[in-house]
Design a protein around this ligand. Structure first.
Ligand SMILES: Nc1ncnc2c1ncn2[C@@H]1O[C@H](COP(=O)(O)OP(=O)(O)OP(=O)(O)O)[C@@H](O)[C@H]1O
Length: 258
């Protein structure tokens, strides 16, 4: 199945009244592939990510996903319950602000364990063991398992949010500026950790970032957005080293000069 796409997107569009959010986006995502969506503020990155992950309902187009049994399913034709199950198990969503993806008033262990309970795991010992294991994989000391995330630093909260997402072994993870809003040194460490996990787990990832250095480090392929349109896509190194569109050239050179 490795030679079949995990996600197939055709002609996806989302409008806000008369304003374009994103329009006519098409691409295939392959198992183990990391796709970065880049572009300046207001270009439609978040709208596209939210439409792909069904947090927003698209106005046109089709999203097909290859289920674990190999069947290609049209996301729009799934029942609400099927879609919810998918989002709790096979998909993950890492928000820029960890508070949007965590429950701030329950313990770190419960934040991770909760996703397992949501898929039917009822055995306290095994849930606690999985939570402990995941905390250490994201470099959170085990003696913090009973602390609430409100007692954590920004970087720790983000690592906890990642653990909560990955504990159910998802195959596709959406990320919205996961290193945004953190100090530069914390960002670098988190990016390193993310890159390692994505590689080890063979995850497929769609990551929104306005930071081309982040895209360079973590992604295989890149889509450049402008005014809701994908204006250029290709292998990350190709797009950054040899941008074809004048707008991409401008984006790349402005970063290099900064
Ligand atoms: N809820 C909304 N209602 C109306 N217009 C919206 C809404 N959300 C986004 N838009 C518009 O859609 C376009 C794309 O916005 P979007 O937030 O997707 O861009 P972005 O690239 O993610 O920007 P940023 O990097 O600043 O988050 C913009 O013109 C924006 O004003």
């Amino acid at each position: 199945m490795e030679n079949l796409p995990l996600l197939k997107v055709q002609g996806l569009s989302k409008f806000y009244g008369g304003r374009i959010g994103c329009t006519n986006v098409s691409f295939d995502l392959w198992p183990g592939e990391v796709l970065a969506i880049v572009g300046e503020s207001g270009s439609g990155k978040t709208t596209l990510l939210n439409s792909l992950s069904t947090r927003l309902t698209a106005d046109a187009g089709m999203i097909q996903y290859r289920m674990r049994d190999g069947a290609m399913r049209d996301i729009a034709r799934m029942s609400e319950a099927e879609r919810r199950l998918l989002m709790r198990t096979d998909w993950g969503f890492v928000h820029q602000n960890p508070a949007d993806g965590l429950r701030m008033s329950v313990s770190a262990g419960a934040n991770v364990g909760e996703r397992l309970m949501a898929v039917g795991d009822r055995h306290y010992g095994s849930i606690r063991a999985a939570a402990t294991d995941w905390l250490s994989r994201v470099e959170i000391a085990q003696d913090r398992i009973d602390d609430q995330p409100r007692a954590f630093s920004g970087g720790m909260r983000q690592r906890l949010q990642i653990a909560r997402n990955l504990v159910t072994s998802p195959r596709l993870v959406f990320m919205d500026e996961p290193t945004g809003g953190l100090d530069v040194s914390v960002q670098a460490r988190l990016l390193d950790l993310l890159r390692g996990l994505v590689q080890d787990l063979g995850l497929s990832v769609i990551i929104v970032t306005h930071d081309l250095a982040v895209a360079r480090l973590i992604s295989h392929r890149m889509m450049v957005m402008k005014d809701g349109h994908v204006i250029e896509q290709g292998l990350t190194d190709r797009v950054l080293d040899d941008p074809r569109e004048p707008y991409t050239q401008l984006l790349v050179s402005s970063i290099l000069q900064a």
